[in-house]
Design a protein around this ligand. Structure first.
Ligand code: FRU
Length: 494
């Protein structure tokens, strides 16, 4: 793949060429190699002709593209989304003399039908053989897809979307070949027109920034179209799971992201107990097929890898915490550092960094200071000509205290004549944020508020590279300790 294109993110995954959507089959093996498969059309720059593309990494940032892992069996069949598990105990019988066998569980889509199939890999996930007994589940439905499998004490558990019935089916199995329907949940949260890509995984709980040792089974459901901001988004439901049925803790519909480009996240199989790691598709079905990267030969990217937790927020209860996975492999030079970043503005020119990718963070005191009406944080990345910019900020005081915002409206590469391209996003929280982190990577921005209790993934397309960061705080109480750090990021594709 040629990763030099102007819009090609340099610390986010994108396919070597062609079109990509959902992350699939995520697992980490016993050698610490992370496997990412993905919905892949290798022949065109729009969705269709679904294969499973494949890439591997030791740190979740530096990826090696691998040969395609799953091919459609014929021209009318797509290999749709699904998951993968390590069958260390050889429950399937595919792996008589190894403990690192991998089984992929996925949907085969034809115009008439969506059935579930499995394939096994004896070489650690590089090549797969479809099981001769496929399909393993066929309920004569054409809206039944995206199996995600996890191990629960003594059996396998699958969650799967009955998409247009707004139902998540729960199936169980001893051997990954024979599956029995166990229970289901339906009409949870915001319906939209379809449910897709469910995940049911234990998420570790944090309180006051540190792990409590507790884990809460959480059901994730992606909906499309029909998100509050239009198109695709992801919801989550913390609850109780006994290995057979799931009961959400409350009836709230919680959104995983407050912008528009985060969908179909999947959690890695094989992570250490108490560790939940996910990657989402950083895109939206409303405009993915027309984004202006076609002349670079590729379309669409994954989100940063994230470590996830649950935490309890004042008044609103459970919140999904998303932290960028350990950034140290990609952090390059510190371009700015100020431990007294109170009511100051700093300009950071990162045009010479080459990657065009940066990370910034501001840290605030834990003690809730009293903020005056004007107290705010803001940033903008601009083109040297100043004709374009992407902006964001956070209000610490005033009538909108606790609100974070993002604005991609002042960019000229895409959006102005697309009916679905929203420019502005915001979220509000009850208590003041103690941190704000941002990663800006050529055509994508990810923002993490309050140690990741709120996060946003936002694509943007400027005509000129945006290489000038202006970042500042104003109206903050004197004597507050605020720390600013800005780093440029290594390109992972060189
Ligand atoms: C979600 C989705 C899945 C399906 C796949 C097809 O984005 O629509 O439901 O399996 O994409 O590529």
């Amino acid at each position: 793949g040629d990763y030099t294109g102007r819009y090609r993110p340099q610390v986010h995954f994108s396919p070597p060429k062609g079109f990509m959507n959902d992350p699939n089959g995520l697992f980490v093996d016993k050698h610490g190699i992370w496997h990412l498969y993905y919905q892949y059309n290798p022949t065109e720059l729009v969705a269709g002709n679904q294969h499973w593309g494949h890439a591997t990494s030791r740190d979740l940032y530096h990826w090696a593209n691998q040969p395609i892992a799953l091919f459609p069996p014929d021209e009318r069949t797509g290999v749709f989304s699904g998951s993968a598990v390590i069958d260390a105990k050889n429950t399937s019988g595919f792996f008589p003399d190894q403990d690192d066998g991998v089984v992929a569980i996925y949907t085969l889509n034809t115009p008439e039908n969506q059935v579930q199939a499995i394939a096994y890999s004896r070489d650690g996930g590089y090549t797969f053989t479809p099981y001769e007994g496929n399909p393993v589940i066929d309920i004569q439905s054409n809206q039944f897809r995206d199996p995600k499998v996890v191990w629960y004490e003594d059996h396998w558990v699958m969650v799967i979307a009955h998409s247009t019935e707004f139902k998540i089916g729960i199936y169980t199995s001893r051997d990954l070949k024979t599956w029995s329907p166990s229970s289901s949940v339906s009409y949870l949260g915001i319906l939209g027109l379809q449910y897709e890509c469910p995940n049911l995984v234990p998420i570790p709980v944090k309180a006051n920034g540190s792990s409590t040792g507790e884990q809460v089974w959480t059901l994730f459901i992606s909906i499309n179209p029909g998100a509050p901001l239009g198109g695709a988004t992801m919801l989550y439901f913390p609850g109780d799971f006994d290995g057979y049925s799931f009961v959400p803790h409350d009836s709230a519909a919680r959104l995983a992201d407050f912008a528009k480009d985060n969908y179909a996240a999947q959690f890695f199989d094989g992570t250490a107990p108490g560790e939940a790691v996910s990657i989402a598709w950083a895109n939206n079905w409303q405009y993915t097929n027309v984004l202006p990267t076609a002349n670079e030969g590729w379309r669409s990217i994954m989100s940063l890898p994230r470590k996830n937790f649950l935490t309890r927020l004042e008044r609103t209860g459970w919140a999904l915490v998303s932290e960028p996975y350990d950034l140290s492999p990609i952090l390059n030079s510190r371009l700015s550092h100020d431990t007294d970043f109170v009511n100051k503005t700093t300009d950071v020119d990162f045009s010479s960094a080459g990657s065009g990718a940066i990370y910034f963070s501001i840290k605030l005191p834990d003690s809730q200071a009293r903020y005056g009406d004007e107290a705010a944080f803001s940033f903008a990345v601009s083109a040297p000509s100043s004709k374009e910019s992407v902006k964001g900020g956070y209000m610490f005081g005033g009538p909108n205290a606790g609100h974070a915002w993002l604005d991609r409206g002042n960019t000229k590469g895409f959006g102005s004549d697309n009916p679905f391209w929203n420019d502005r996003f915001s979220v509000a929280q009850v208590s003041a944020a103690r941190s704000i982190w941002g990663v800006i990577d050529r055509s994508v921005l990810e923002l993490f508020i309050d140690d990741g209790a709120y996060s946003a993934t936002m694509l943007f397309f400027s005509e000129e590279p945006l290489t000038l960061l202006r970042i500042g705080t104003e109206g903050m109480p004197e004597g507050t300790s605020i720390e600013l750090e800005v780093h440029d990021l290594h390109s992972v594709w060189r």
